[in-house]
Design a protein around this ligand. Structure first.
Ligand code: AMP
Length: 142
């Protein structure tokens, strides 16, 4: 059984920090920093692409609330909000990492090595391909 489904159903232990009808947030057992939370939809969706529109707003408003609360009660100076989809995703139940940040906290390594575009033309070409992809998906949705 999916470990995060087990947590959502209350069948597996977790330090829950927020609960809504559709989603639940709990502490990551191996945090980047204390207070690192995982926010999940209670229903099983594997990646962001699988999440229905009706869930996007409540899920991200919960992420916003968590990020704000971290600054208020944990003394965080900011936060990092991220989702691994398929690649680097070790639990195949969508989860939003909401991580408290402080300046000079050493999290630079989380961003992995950066690359460079060969030139402006290469950059424009990738942007055009993505615009086409977005337009195609938006048209299919409407
Ligand atoms: P990712 O690598 O993006 O899929 O993140 C999965 C996260 O889930 C990791 O940061 C793990 O530490 C965390 N994790 C795995 N199992 C549990 C669990 N039972 N309770 C809390 N966090 C967990």
């Amino acid at each position: 059984m999916c470990v995060f489904c087990g947590i959502a159903r209350g069948e597996k232990p977790a330090h829950v920090v927020l609960e809504r009808d559709c989603c639940l947030a709990f502490l990551d057992v191996r945090p980047l920093f204390e207070g690192h939370c995982l926010l999940i939809p209670k229903d099983h969706y594997e990646t962001l692409a699988d999440v229905p529109d009706s869930l996007v707003t409540p899920l991200f408003s919960a992420a916003r609330l968590l990020a704000t609360a971290m600054e208020r009660v944990l003394g965080a100076e900011g936060s990092f909000v991220a989702i691994n989809n398929k690649v680097s995703q070790s639990v195949p139940h969508l989860h939003v990492h909401v991580v408290p940040r402080r300046r000079k906290d050493g999290l630079r390594g989380f961003f992995w090595p950066r690359t460079k575009y060969e030139d402006e033309h290469a950059m424009a070409e990738v942007a055009a391909r993505l615009r086409d992809g977005v337009a195609g998906l938006a048209a299919a949705d409407s």
